[in-house]
Design a protein around this ligand. Structure first.
Ligand code: CA
Length: 640
C-alpha cells in the first residue's frame, strides 16, 4: 500500500493504548505495535540470556496496528522476546517498551515496578528549587572509578557509588569525594551522562571497559554495567533509584542525558518491530545520517513522537528525574520538543523539570517536509522553557573546538567585544550567532564531555610545552577568568565535572571510547587544584545571591544598564541588581589587557568577585577605588 505522496509508512494506523507488558489481576498482558507484521510470536524464558524458552504463544492482531496476548498467570521476573514476520522477513527482538532486561538487553523482563522501589522511595522528593540552576555533568563510572576516591570496591563505577556518604580521599580524610564532594560544590543539578541501556559495553565484560554511552539499545531500561548484577533485571532498577534518592537527599536534582536522535544500530528493536517506520530515509531509501552514527530517528512520525514522549514521561514519573538534556536536539522536531515541555509542565508545574539540548546536528537529515528541526535557528519556535547550549558563549570565551590554536577572550583572542554584551544577556535578541527569546533558553558553558576539556584547550593555546599535568599560574588564571565569565552571564551555568579541578584528558579530544584511565575523574588532582576548586565554589555561592545574574525573565536584559569598551580589550557593564538592597547596582568587568593599565573607578566600590576570590560576601568586604588590569580577569563590583 502506498499513498499518493509516497511512503506507505505514513499511512500506518496510530495506536494510543497501552504497550509493553503488564501484570493485572493475576494475568500478564503483552502488547506490541507492529502494523505491518503478519504474525507475532512471544517466547518466555526463565533467564535473561542463553537458556531455551519454556513457552511460546501467538499474539492476536487488532485493526489499530497493535498485537496482544493475555496469559492467565502472574509472570513476574519472566524474560521474553518476540519473533515477528514482516514482508517476508523474520525479526527476533526485545520489546521496545521493555522497562527492564537481562544481560546486554536482549530479552525484556516482566516486572511490577513497585517491587523495585527501595525503602522510602514513595517519600522521595526533589529538593527545593534554589535561585538558580547550576548544572554539573558527570559520568557514573568515570566519576566514581578511581580507588583514591575512597569509594568501596563493590560500588566503584556503579550507580550505588553515589549512595556512599562521607567518602574522602584515601590519602587525605579532610578532602571529600563522590557524593560528599558534589554536595560541597554548591551545584544544584547533576546531569548524568547516559544511564539508559546502551550497547557498546559488554555487561559481562571487564571492569575497566569504558564508553560514554551515546549508543542507545533500550531506551526505558537502565544500563546493566552500572548495576552490581546485570543478570537480574530488577537489580539495575532498584540501584538506580537508590542513587537518585541519595542525590535528592544530598540536595541535588538529577538531569538525565537522553539520546533519542539515533539508535546504536539501525537494526534496532524499533526497526525490527516496524521496519523503517522509526527512521528517516534519504530519497534513495538509504538511512539518513545527520547524527553521524549511521541513522536518524524519524521523530516527526506519530508513533515515534509518542514513543519518545512516553519515554520521557516514564523516566520523570518512575525514576523521579528532574530534567532532560537532549543529545543532538537539532535532529528532533520542534513539535515534539514543545509537546515534551508542555506535558512536563502540565504534570509537574511550569519549568519544574528542566528541558534543554544541543541545538545542532552532526550533519543534514531527511526530515519530512513541514517539520522544523529544533536547532539554534528555531529557538523562536520553541517554548521559552526549552534551553540550548550556547556554542557562541563557549567559543567567545575560549576559542573554537575545531582548532586547538583558535583563541577566545581568556586566551588572548581578538574577539569582537560587542558579542560579550549578547553573551551577558543570555543572547536574548542576540545576533545570528545565537538568538534566544529570553535568558531562560540559554545554557552558558565552556566545557562538556565533548571535545577538549577547558584545561586542555587552554594548555594547547597558552603553554608551548603542552604540559597538561602541570598546574601553572598562567593557565590557572585563564581558567579562573573563563569560569568567572560564564558564571556572571544570564542563563543557566553548566560545567563538566572536573572543570573546577583542571581536568585533563592529556589533549585527547574525543574520548568516548578511550580507556578508563584517560576518562576517569582524577581524584588525586583535586588536592593540587584545591585553590581553583575553591574559586568555583565561591563563584557558585555568589551567583545564587545576585538577582542581576540569575534572573531569566524577559525583563532580565533590561538589567544591563550600560555597556562600554575600554583600553584594548576591556568590557564594562553596569547592572541593575534590584531587589537586593545592599548591592542595588553592580559593575561587571571582563578584561584581558596585554600591557597593564590602571582603571580609575571614580569612587569606592565593594568587590564581590575578583581574580583571587569570589567569597567576599561571606569572608569580609573589600573596597577598591582603582583596578590594576593585566591579563584575563573578571571583576564584579557593587556600588557603595
Ligand atoms: Ca547495556
Amino acid at each position: 500500500m502506498r499513498n499518493r505522496n509516497g511512503n506507505y509508512l505514513d499511512t500506518l494506523p496510530y495506536y494510543a493504548g497501552p504497550l509493553g507488558s503488564e501484570i493485572r489481576d493475576g494475568s500478564t498482558y503483552f502488547r506490541l505495535w507492529a502494523p505491518s507484521a503478519s504474525s507475532v510470536e512471544l517466547f518466555l524464558y526463565k533467564e535473561g540470556s542463553e537458556c531455551a524458552s519454556f513457552r511460546r504463544e501467538s499474539l492476536n492482531k487488532y485493526s489499530d496496528g497493535h498485537w496482544e496476548a493475555r496469559i492467565d498467570e502472574d509472570l513476574e521476573y519472566t524474560y521474553y522476546d518476540y519473533l515477528i514476520f514482516t514482508n517476508g522477513n523474520e525479526y527476533r527482538t526485545i520489546d521496545p517498551y521493555a522497562v527492564s532486561a537481562g544481560v546486554n538487553g536482549r530479552r525484556a523482563m516482566v516486572i511490577d515496578l513497585r517491587h523495585t522501589d527501595p525503602e522510602g522511595w514513595e517519600e522521595d522528593r526533589a529538593p527545593e528549587r534554589q535561585n538558580d540552576d547550576i548544572i554539573y555533568e558527570l559520568h557514573v563510572k568515570d566519576f566514581t572509578y578511581q580507588r583514591f576516591s575512597g569509594i568501596s570496591d563493590r560500588a566503584r563505577g556503579r550507580f550505588i557509588a553515589l549512595t556512599e556518604e562521607n567518602t574522602h580521599l584515601t590519602f587525605d580524610e579532610n578532602f571529600p569525594t563522590g557524593l560528599s564532594y558534589l554536595k560541597s560544590l554548591g551545584i544544584t543539578h547533576v546531569q548524568l551522562m547516559p544511564i539508559y541501556d546502551y550497547g557498546s559495553i559488554d555487561e559481562k565484560g571487564n571492569d575497566f571497559d569504558f564508553n560514554w554511552g551515546y549508543d542507545p539499545e533500550n531506551y526505558n531500561v537502565p544500563e546493566g554495567s552500572y548495576s552490581t548484577d546485570a543478570e537480574h533485571g530488577e537489580v539495575r532498577i532498584r540501584e538506580l533509584k537508590e542513587m537518585i534518592r541519595a542525590l535528592h537527599k544530598a540536595g541535588l536534582r538529577v538531569v538525565m542525558d537522553v539520546v533519542y536522535n539515533h539508535t546504536y544500530r539501525l537494526d534496532s528493536p524499533l526497526f525490527r518491530t516496524e521496519p523503517w517506520y522509526f527512521y528517516r530515509q534519504n530519497a534513495d531509501k538509504s538511512a539518513s545520517n545527520g547524527s553521524g552514527c549511521g541513522n536518524d530517528i524519524a521523530t516527526e512520525r506519530p508513533m515515534a513522537h509518542r514513543y519518545i514522549l512516553d519515554s520521557v514521561l516514564f523516566w520523570a514519573e518512575e525514576y523521579h528525574i528532574d530534567g532532560f538534556r537532549f543529545d543532538l536536539m537539532g535532529l528532533l522536531d520542534t513539535r515534539l520538543m514543545n509537546d515534551i515541555r508542555e506535558s512536563l509542565d502540565r504534570i509537574y508545574g511550569k519549568g519544574e523539570k528542566l528541558v534543554y539540548g544541543e541545538p545542532w546536528a552532526a550533519g543534514g537529515t531527511a526530515v519530512k517536509e513541514g517539520f522544523q528541526l529544533a536547532d539554534k535557528y528555531a529557538l523562536s519556535l520553541l517554548d521559552d522553557g526549552i534551553g540550548a547550549f550556547s556554542d557562541s558563549t563557549r567559543d567567545l570565551i575560549k576559542g573554537s573546538n575545531f582548532d586547538s590554536k583558535s583563541l577566545g577572550f581568556v586566551n588572548g583572542g581578538n574577539v569582537d567585544l560587542h558579542l560579550l554584551r549578547h553573551a551577558v544577556a543570555g543572547w536574548m535578541n542576540g545576533d545570528w550567532h545565537f538568538r534566544t527569546k529570553s535568558a531562560n533558553q540559554t545554557i552558558e558553558y565552556v566545557s562538556c564531555h565533548d571535545d577538549w576539556t577547558l584545561w586542555d584547550k587552554l594548555k594547547l593555546s597558552l603553554d608551548p610545552k603542552e604540559d597538561f599535568l602541570q598546574l601553572d599560574e598562567k593557565t590557572v588564571k585563564a581558567n579562573k577568568a573563563a569560569a568567572a565569565m560564564y558564571f556572571t552571564m544570564q542563563g543557566r551555568p553548566f560545567m563538566l565535572s572536573g572543570e573546577e579541578a583542571a581536568r585533563t584528558k592529556v589533549g585527547i579530544k574525543n574520548s568516548y571510547n578511550s580507556p578508563i584511565f584517560i576518562n576517569r575523574f582524577d581524584w588525586t588532582r583535586t588536592k593540587d587544584a584545591k585553590e581553583l576548586i575553591d574559586y568555583y565554589r565561591s563563584l557558585i555561592a555568589t551567583r545564587k545571591r545576585i538577582p542581576a545574574l540569575y534572573d531569566k525573565s524577559e525583563k532580565a536584559i533590561d538589567r544591563i544598564k550600560s555597556f562600554e569598551t575600554l583600553y584594548k580589550r576591556t568590557a564594562v557593564f553596569l547592572l541593575d541588581n534590584h531587589p537586593d538592597e545592599k548591592y542595588p547596582s553592580l559593575m561587571l568587568i571582563y578584561s584581558n589587557e596585554e600591557k597593564p593599565v590602571t582603571m580609575q573607578l571614580g569612587k569606592l566600590w565593594t568587590v564581590l568577585i575578583d581574580p583571587d576570590s569570589a567569597s567576599y560576601m561571606d569572608s569580609g568586604e573589600k573596597d577598591v577605588k582603582e583596578l590594576y588590569l593585566e591579563g584575563p580577569e573578571v571583576y564584579l563590583l557593587a556600588s557603595k
